[in-house]
Design a protein around this ligand. Structure first.
Ligand code: NAD
Length: 481
């Protein structure tokens, strides 16, 4: 059952006020199939009101605050997120089907984003530029204005933290469109932002359908920057909408990320990363390590050990805190099962046992590990977004690099080898936004710039780098003789 909330979850938040929309949408608990509550279904008018509220906040209140004051708001918000971490954890488990421990880690990460960007708010400076005699030239870092944030359902808290956190730090006013499948933590975050002292309109939240609220936000002429995380298909639509208004856009569109295991790797150290980076959040992770490339002479050992790890994982409703919960929805479950049915030519070498007593309406998919998989097979090329990994044997470093770089994506890559020269060669040659040497993910790394190349998208969020993306540069040239 849904805990009591300090606001009506069927409302959107515009200009500091919770408002009803003309219609609502049911929010489903994917662990059971039950309806948790109704959420707002925002339309063009609601989006318009949110953009107007954000613009007013820029002109009257939020836009007049100093960087130090903005930073303090974010830092207070980080503390409130920590104080409310248990509530956020429960809501995310119910809403996303994310196991409690993983949901709690997301709540802590959200707080950390607020702390990080709270501290960074007054640290991004302009420069002075030596120029002609009689001139003083300097640059000013300024907010874009009203920023639109369209986030998916897989890591709502982390993605809101990295995108809205950085945008607010730079003094933008935000309109946030959470996913229709999961938006409760976005609403709590906005509620806490009010408590932390953000002026009305600095952060507006308009839940709703992508084709309605999302599309209306993407094409709105009052938006000066768009940040989107989700599918390639929607990312293209967002980029086209942004182009119509000539506004910058940050796209994070997922991947088909490899981990490469060489024969000289420390396999004991590698093993948990090889498996967990594929199964965390039931594989619904943009940076999931969905391809494991293994050098031939250790292939059997790695495959056997990964298979054992798959068999030892637990599956259960999210609130029982298993290793693996359900997928986000029956729609995603059916999509994945259709794809897997078409992959009969591959050998599934391990499955996680499915307990008998799973709730009937839950969106559970049996985790599967596939044995030797040709690098050009659809399961080795397409983002599956489920608890599925493929193993790809290789002979040489050159082969490994060609396979690793051989998809349309380039988000994250991991390399396991004790050969330092090989580490450096591959770190340079891998076509990827992040490369991890003898680890994978580095513990989440709020401080580490994140984003892709190719179909994984463009622009960087996270870390200090995000502040450049969420600001624009003005050059001032003063002629004084
Ligand atoms: P999606 O891209 O359709 O949805 C992501 C967000 O975009 C949601 O808030 C949605 O409401 C919004 N949206 C949808 N259509 C829109 C439009 N026309 N204009 C503006 N906003 C719109 O993703 P999905 O349907 O939730 O998932 C489908 C696939 O996307 C997944 O299977 C997965 O491959 C991929 N995905 C990737 C990530 C990631 O982190 N890279 C996250 C979620 C989904």
């Amino acid at each position: 059952m849904l805990p009591n909330l300090p606001f009506d979850p069927s409302h959107c938040l515009i200009d500091g006020t919770w408002r009803a929309t003309n219609a609502t949408l049911p929010l489903i608990n994917p662990s059971t199939g039950e309806t948790l509550c109704n959420i707002a279904r925002s339309f063009e008018d609601d989006v318009n009101a949110a953009v107007i509220a954000a613009r007013s906040a820029l002109e009257d209140t939020w836009g007049r605050m100093t960087a130090l004051e903005r930073g303090r708001c974010l830092t207070r918000l980080g503390q409130l997120v920590l104080d409310n971490a248990d509530l956020l954890t429960t809501l995310e488990a119910l809403d996303v089907g994310k196991p409690l421990s993983q949901a709690h880690a997301d709540a802590v990460a959200l707080a950390r984003y607020c702390e990080f960007y709270g501290g960074a708010a007054d640290k991004l400076h302009g420069q002075t530029i030596p120029y002609l005699d009689g001139y003083t030239v300097y640059t000013l870092r300024e907010p874009h204005g009203v920023t639109g944030h369209i986030v998916p359902w897989n890591y709502p808290m982390q993605i809101i933290g990295r995108s809205v956190g950085a945008a607010l730090a730079m003094g933008n006013a935000c309109v946030l469109k959470p996913a229709e499948d999961a938006c409760l933590t976005a609403l709590i975050f906005a509620h806490l932002a009010k408590e932390a002292g953000f002026p009305d309109g600095a952060l507006n939240v308009i839940p709703g359908l992508g084709s309605e609220a999302g599309a209306a936000l993407a094409r709105h002429s009052g938006i000066q920057h768009l940040s989107f995380t989700g599918s390639v298909r929607t990312g293209k639509a967002i980029q086209i909408a942004a182009a119509a208004n000539v506004v910058p856009v940050t796209l994070e569109l997922g991947g088909k990320s490899p981990q490469i295991v060489f024969a000289d790797a420390d396999l004991d150290a590698a093993l948990p990363f090889l498996v967990n980076a594929g199964l965390q959040n039931a594989g619904q992770t943009c940076s999931a390590a969905s391809r494991i490339l293994i050098q031939q002479n250790v292939y059997d050992e790695v495959a056997d050990r990964m298979a054992d790890a798959y068999r030892a994982k637990t599956i259960a409703p999210a609130c029982d805190d298993p290793d693996i919960g359900p997928l986000i929805s029956i729609r995603q479950k059916e999509r994945l099962e259709t794809t897997l049915r078409a992959a009969q030519d591959l050998t599934c070498i391990a499955r996680t046992p499915m307990p008998q007593n799973l709730p009937e309406g839950g969106a559970y998919v049996q985790p599967r590990l596939y044995g030797p998989t040709p690098p050009d097979h659809p399961l080795a090329q397409d983002e599956l977004f489920g608890p599925v990994q493929v193993l790809i044997p290789f002979d040489t470093e050159t082969d490994a690099l060609e396979i690793a770089n051989g998809t349309e994506y380039g988000l994250v890559a991991g390399v396991w080898t004790q050969d330092g020269a090989r580490q450096m060669r591959l770190a340079k040659a891998l076509r990827s936004g992040q490369v991890f040497l003898n680890n994978y993910g580095a513990g989440g790394g709020v401080e580490l710039p994140f984003g892709g190349v190719g179909k994984s998208g463009h622009g960087r969020e996270k870390g200090f780098e995000a502040l450049y993306g969420f600001s624009t540069l003005k050059t001032v040239a003063a002629r004084h003789g």
